[in-house]
Design a protein around this ligand. Structure first.
Ligand code: UDX
Length: 429
């Protein structure tokens, strides 16, 4: 099939390359010329394991091309996937729909007869119906559940495929698009537009709630001398609860969970349903309190004031195996500490370029050990595998004081203590 993918960010670029990988002819389109040039030359504009290989293979075999022209996209495709961002609107909790609206409006006048538009962006419930009215083409919604760091795997082998459609023909076209996944036994959920939109925000709200639940338990553990990783393990053996997404720490960030729960609350209150998802306000508040707790643990370790201290922050991205720093808890903590008068040096295996562009006032270091030189406290805030390989004895030799805050409960606290470190962590002693 001939597919276009409008918007080549983390979601769209991976979707485009993976659709070519399963045999379709794909045109990726974006308004960002630099991004399109990079992709066309086989250079990934972001760090995502496995993506450069899929990109190179499908550029090489000719099934994947890139363009900046919406008219070319409309003329090329039988199916048009809309994968543009829906960020938080500045000064509001609402999702900013201007890129989705522009993508659909850009395609509409040039569409071939019978073309299908398929939204993948995360949108407030009701958006698809609004776009469909006034459009002289069929429109479907097909939410995306990929996790950064596993984006290629999640796209080629998804847990499920969800499509919101208004005609049997649209469903048949989408079944053909995803034939490879369906042949492999992927569950298929076909529904109306509103349910498809809600599946995505409901899934992300549930995941955010699960993380904030365990982080609320971490607050209780801190006050009572209990140990949250052990608590999470013990409740997680109950298959109804499950162990995944119960890692207590500095909480969730990224381009999805925080803005999606806020946009959901905003949309619910527009619909007069504020009470139904009011708890998401608590989920958000618990999450942000964890960042403050990491700051206060570090402040205690430096004797009550950051003024004139050196602080090392290990991790800048919102999660490991990504270079994405959007709403990163690590950088929020780093900035809060800097605002209290510390000299903060940040290390990250992949996120330093993005972090420096957003926060030039922080210092950056090319190695974890160098970041720790002269530090009065070290904070571990993104659980990259390389930080678990650090030698606590070697780091102890370069710091000003061997004090560690493990904000992800991922380091071997006993090994660090044995090397002379004072260790504090979230939700444990
Ligand atoms: C998320 C959803 O998982 C995905 O399905 C959706 O399509 C987009 O949003 P992503 O943002 O890539 O994906 O990251 P995810 O792996 O969900 O992690 C989100 C945040 O939660 C990270 O900051 C992570 O560090 C944090 N987290 C995750 C925890 O703090 N504890 C956990 O137990 C799990």
């Amino acid at each position: 099939m001939r597919l276009t993918v409008i918007g080549t960010g983390y979601l769209g670029a991976v979707h485009a390359a993976c659709m070519a990988e399963v045999g379709h002819d794909v045109l990726g389109v974006d308004v960002d010329q630099a991004k399109i040039s990079a992709l066309a030359e086989g250079r990934a504009p972001f760090f995502e394991p496995g993506f450069p290989e899929v990109l190179a293979r499908n550029l090489e075999n000719g099934r994947l091309r890139f363009s900046t022209s919406p008219a070319e996209a409309a003329a090329f495709g039988d199916v048009h996937f809309v994968c543009v961002g829906t960020p938080q609107t500045p000064g509001s909790h609402a999702a900013d729909l201007r890129y989705v609206d522009a993508a659909v409006q850009g395609l509409a006048p040039h569409l071939r007869p019978g073309a299908l538009i398929v939204g993948k962006s995360t949108v407030p419930v009701g958006t698809a119906a609004r776009l469909a009215s006034g459009l002289d083409a069929d429109l479907a919604w097909n939410p995306e559940f990929l996790r950064e760091g596993f984006a290629v795997e999640d796209t080629l082998r998804p847990d499920r495929l969800v499509v919101g459609v208004t005609s049997p023909r649209a469903e048949a076209v989408l079944r053909e698009v995803y034939a490879t996944m369906l042949d492999a036994g992927t569950p298929w959920v076909s529904t109306d537009l509103a349910t498809a939109e809600l599946v995505k925000v409901a899934a992300n709200s549930f995941l955010a709630t699960k993380i904030s639940f365990i982080n609320a338990m971490a607050e209780i553990c801190e006050a009572t001398g209990a140990d949250v990783p052990t608590l999470a393990e013990a409740i997680g053996y109950d298959a109804r609860i499950g162990r995944r997404f119960l890692r207590a720490g500095v909480g969730f960030g990224g381009g999805c969970l925080p803005k999606d729960i806020r946009a959901f609350r905003h949309r619910a209150s527009e619909l007069g349903l504020e009470e139904s998802v009011r708890f998401l306000g608590e989920v958000d508040a618990i999450n942000l309190r964890r960042r403050s707790r990491a700051v206060s643990l570090a402040r205690e370790l430096v004797g009550g004031s950051f003024a004139g201290t050196g602080v090392a922050v290990l991790g800048a991205t919102f999660k490991p195996d990504s270079d994405d720093i959007r709403d990163s808890p690590a950088l929020a903590v780093a900035n809060a500490i800097r605002a209290e008068g510390a000299r903060v040096t940040v290390h990250d295996p992949q996120g330093v370029d993005n972090a420096r562009a957003a926060f030039p006032e922080l210092d950056y270091s090319p190695s974890a050990q160098k970041a720790c030189e002269g530090a009065h406290v070290v904070l571990h805030l993104t659980e990259w595998a390389e930080y678990r390989q650090l030698d606590p004895a070697a780091i102890a030799e370069v710091v000003a004081a061997p004090a560690l805050v493990d904000g992800r409960n991922a380091l071997d606290a006993a090994a660090w203590r044995a090397a002379g470190w004072t260790v504090r962590a979230l939700g444990r002693q």
